[in-house]
Design a binder for this molecule. Structure first.
Ligand code: UN1
Length: 510
């Protein structure tokens, strides 16, 4: 057994539901086995939760909310501070597990845990800054203000590519806001979630945090995801994943007037101007396209290159891609690990096939690797392709390392390609020309939730609000004032006078 599994207290068979410290005993006849995309090794088994455990988790969360919402926010922040410390202490082992279960490089696995630590720090500060406004009233002797109240139970549905960080961006903010959280991790990476729950359990126990403030539940989509999205006791669902999933979740929540934060597909582009500093641009493009093996929502999928430098950029990228080391992501010498599973490999191959049918060309890579170290069939060579922006396959998000090169002549044309997709998460321009930069950032520029200049499309910091427009779903999580989504806004008017004047000048004398 790998040492980190032991340090993280994962068992050969784990339970699929927890209300904080306590794990519920789930039906052992409904077991799932999790193997690593890295080497096919068995990581652990889970007894999946079902309807019975779901009801128990919900009932416990409802009770916990009654207590948690009246605890002063800075006291809730203190719990989050301690969670941050536990994550600091276990950064390496949790990073290793994320890397082993998901396949991202160890650097990125540990980087993901660092994002959790950072959002804990942010939330601790936030716990003393949940403030509202006072507003001028039109009536004499009246005070008007806006206060923010805890919302209730927040369902956090996370995806395999960030098995633990996405939970933290939501859960830590929600917790200081006075909400209780139910985490439904991806069925592809549930053990990283279970390990995280084990880590925070120590803090919850030491501080006598009521059971139900931080819960976790993993099981079949129909048993768990459908239930939680339809459950009127859960006023907010924050879901990260595909646009297809987002449509289902968004619709189910809207049906019951539930609130959603949806962080869905991206189809992110970098515009590479002829006035770009290539020393900055090239490493950023390569990391953006092949980091996490192309499985970030913020992965660079399209490179919109000025006509005058197009051929030389294509050659430079081919040279850079030839030096990429692909292999076991726990070996820090490697740049690129495996895709999450064989299905993802198949989807990538299909996308490359469609690209060729639609008139495009693969200029480098794309093949499935075999031989020593690649026995799992999950390793691929990142692909560089030539394409047009309007090819149907370019319009889609394929969760794999495929970079489409697209040629442009004018900056207006480049921006129209950048915006000419259904998704709207992240975007970037590399240029030293301030006119191009300002146009890219203007109302007629990028239409995405994230717009970067001289840095790539991925690697957003937690301090900003994270999310995107159009089919990316429109929700924002993490930093800035995203916390407002996790609270109930209340407009309050107090009359401290001795008459009751009505607003809008209405007279109503009795
Ligand atoms: C995701 O892929 O779901 O900006 C999120 C980034 C990370 C978040 C990616 N901080 O690349």
């Amino acid at each position: 057994m790998q040492e980190f599994l032991h340090l993280l207290r994962l068992e050969p068979v784990n339970q699929g539901a927890s209300t904080g410290v306590n794990w519920l005993t789930c039906d052992s006849s409904k077991q799932t086995t999790i193997t690593s995309p890295v080497d096919g090794g068995l990581i652990g088994k889970i007894n999946k939760a079902g309807a019975k455990e779901y009801d128990q988790v919900l009932a416990t969360a409802e009770k916990a909310f009654q207590l948690w919402r009246v605890m002063p926010a800075p006291k809730r922040g203190e719990i989050v501070r301690q969670i941050g410390n536990v994550l600091r202490e276990n950064k390496r082992s949790l990073g290793q597990l994320v890397s082993y279960e998901m396949g991202k490089s160890l650097q990125e696995g540990m980087g993901e845990v660092q994002e959790m630590i950072d959002i804990c720090d942010f939330s601790v500060g936030l716990s003393r800054q949940l403030y509202g406004l006072t507003i001028a009233s039109e009536r004499p002797n009246h005070r008007m203000m806006e206060t923010w109240q805890p919302l209730g139970i927040v369902g956090v549905v996370t995806s395999f590519n960030f098995p633990v960080a996405v939970w933290a961006w939501n859960a830590m903010i929600a917790a200081v806001c006075g909400d209780v959280v139910i985490w439904k991790p991806s069925h592809k990476t549930p053990l990283s979630a279970i390990a995280t729950q084990n880590l925070i359990a120590d803090v919850l126990k030491e501080n006598n945090v009521p059971e139900g403030v931080f819960s976790l539940i993993t099981g079949d989509t129909r048993e768990i995801s459908e239930r939680i999205t339809q459950d009127h006791r859960v006023p907010l669902i924050s879901a990260t994943g595909s646009t297809r999933m987002g449509k289902i979740v968004g619709k189910a929540c809207a049906e019951r007037f539930g609130r959603t934060i949806l962080e869905l597909g991206g189809n992110n582009a970098i515009i590479l101007s002829q006035e770009a500093d290539l020393k900055l641009a090239l490493p950023a493009i390569v990391f953006g396209a092949v980091g996490t093996a192309g499985q970030r929502c913020t992965t660079t999928r399209r490179l919109i290159v000025h006509d005058s430098i197009y051929e030389s950029i294509r050659e430079k990228l081919v040279t850079a891609y030839s030096t990429l080391r692909i292999g076991n992501p726990l070996d820090e010498n490697n740049h690129v690990g495996p895709l999450i599973d064989k299905e993802a490999v198949h989807t990538m191959q299909e996308a490359l096939k469609k690209l060729k049918e639609q008139g495009g060309k693969v200029v480098f890579g794309g093949e499935v690797l075999s031989g020593k170290g690649y026995e799992t069939g999950t390793y691929v060579r990142p692909a560089i392709c030539e394409a047009k922006n309007d090819y149907p396959i370019v319009q889609e998000e394929t969760f794999a390392p495929i970079l489409y090169l697209i040629r442009y002549k004018t900056i207006d044309e480049a921006i129209s390609y950048q915006n000419g997709v259904a998704q709207g998460l992240s975007s970037a321009i590399f240029t030293n020309n301030m006119r191009e930069m300002e146009q890219f950032l203007s109302p007629v520029g990028s239409d995405c939730g994230i717009a970067n200049v001289n840095i790539g499309t991925s690697g957003a910091e937690i301090g900003g609000a994270f999310g995107g427009e159009k089919e990316t779903g429109g929700g924002h999580e993490s930093g800035s004032d995203s916390w407002k989504m996790y609270m109930r806004r209340q407009t309050v008017t107090i009359n401290y006078g001795s008459t009751v004047p009505l607003a809008q000048g209405i007279k109503f004398d009795l």
